[in-house]
Design a protein around this ligand. Structure first.
Ligand code: 3PG
Length: 391
């Protein structure tokens, strides 16, 4: 973090402070299903208000068609939510980008940035419009740290000064701590269904981990090296890479699985060894012997990095492995860092939020950071610091 300015290093008093938050929360009929991401940025907003800044918030929500208003993806439910938290502060709402006068200690919330033409492709004119709204730009949207868009990147390049918010800084610090100098042994867990986006992560983690436990579609791809795994989800094109990773590293692959004949919550779960799997069956969870092996391995961990479920945890018959590991991690003394959209859903589902050392708000951003990619918003903040101290 030494190359980035932290918002606490700047005098915010009476300044127009534009904070890019990631309030991309799941909604169902305008009801917020999980408020984790909003809660994560509340300390940043409270800090700016306490310092008597004129606070402006902006975020994206979903993936609307650019240039078109879409009522379902309006920020309105989030504004109503924020009104309950900041009931002592005046809150305004704006669906345009002309500068609006607000007083210190007041909040202005902008409409979904993805309604603005030019947002996704980091348009210069739009970026300058955002920058003109503020004296200080605060990047707090770690969940969007991998997006080079006008409200995450362009604005920061044109703002007078750009800095990291409290959440953004703590995400970078926690992830850096876990990755740069992890207390050994480090055990990583990589699961989930999005195989293609996870192989890079797996490669990176296998370099720094004592053991990588695999589940979900990733594990199936390893199993498919040696077995016919029926209808199970796996990625044939990653088999050569899986072979190399397995040969060079300690990869803990399931020795048994819970299989079903249809992808449905009513499907019966039968525990089978990989060589017993029939053509009409698919792996949807790990089996009991695998759970035992994985829990045994986790016992020696001093650091755990967890991304992804072991199976189709949404179906009770196939949530056994994910639940067993989640409960075990929640009791483990190791420093545990968890991240990724599905992982956060698992943590919510099994109610272990307070028992994980650090939960990242990032999905794609978390994965790209762990893969070792330089995120564009970090680059932008570094550029801003250099410019600021030269001028
Ligand atoms: C996320 O949910 O991972 C972030 O909010 C980024 O959303 P996006 O993938 O639509 O850019």
């Amino acid at each position: 973090m030494k190359n980035i300015i932290h918002m606490k290093d700047i005098d915010l008093y009476n300044k127009r402070v534009l904070i890019r938050v990631d309030f991309n929360v799941p909604l169902n009929n305008n009801i917020i299903i999980s408020d984790n991401r909003i809660q994560a940025s509340i300390p940043t907003i409270k800090y700016a208000l306490k310092k008597n800044a004129k606070v402006i918030l902006m975020s994206h929500l979903g993936r609307p068609k650019e240039g078109e208003y879409c009522q379902k993806l309006s920020m309105q439910p989030i504004i109503q939510y924020l009104k309950k938290i900041f009931y002592k502060n005046k809150i305004y709402y704006s669906n345009h980008l002309k500068p609006i006068t607000i007083q210190p200690g007041e909040l202005l919330i902008l409409e979904n940035v993805r309604f603005n033409p030019g947002e996704k492709n980091n348009d210069e004119i739009l970026s300058k419009k955002y920058a003109n709204l503020c004296d200080i730009f605060v990047m707090d949207a770690f969940g969007s740290a991998h997006r080079k868009e006008a409200s995450t990147y362009g604005v920061g390049m044109f703002a007078k000064i750009s800095c990291a918010g409290i959440l953004f800084a703590s995400e970078i610090n926690a992830l850096t701590r876990a990755l740069k100098n992890p207390k050994q042994p480090m055990i990583s867990i990589v699961g989930g269904a999005k195989i293609s986006t996870k192989f890079k992560l797996l490669k990176q983690l296998s370099k720094i981990s004592d053991t990588v436990i695999v589940g979900g579609g990733i594990a199936n791809t390893f199993l498919a090296i040696d077995y016919n795994i029926g209808k199970s989800l796996y990625e044939p094109k990653f088999i050569p890479l899986a072979k190399i990773i397995r040969a060079k590293n300690n990869i803990l692959i399931p020795v048994d699985s819970r299989v079903g004949t249809k992808f449905s919550k009513n499907s019966l779960a039968i525990v089978k060894k990989p060589y017993q799997i029939q053509n009409n069956e698919e792996i949807m969870d790990i089996g009991d012997e695998s759970i035992k092996n994985m829990i045994e391995t986790l016992k020696k961990a001093k650091t755990i990095l967890w991304n992804g479920p072991m199976g189709v945890f949404e179906f009770p018959n196939f949530s056994v492995g994910t639940k067993a590991l989640a409960k075990n991690i929640s009791k483990n003394q190791a420093f545990c860092i968890a991240g990724g959209g599905e992982t956060i859903n698992v943590i919510d589902m099994f109610n272990i939020k307070n028992k994980i050392s650090y939960i990242s708000t990032g999905g794609g951003a978390f994965l790209e950071f762990v893969e070792g990619k330089k995120l564009p918003t970090i680059q932008m903040l570094e550029t801003s610091k250099k410019k600021h101290y030269v001028s």
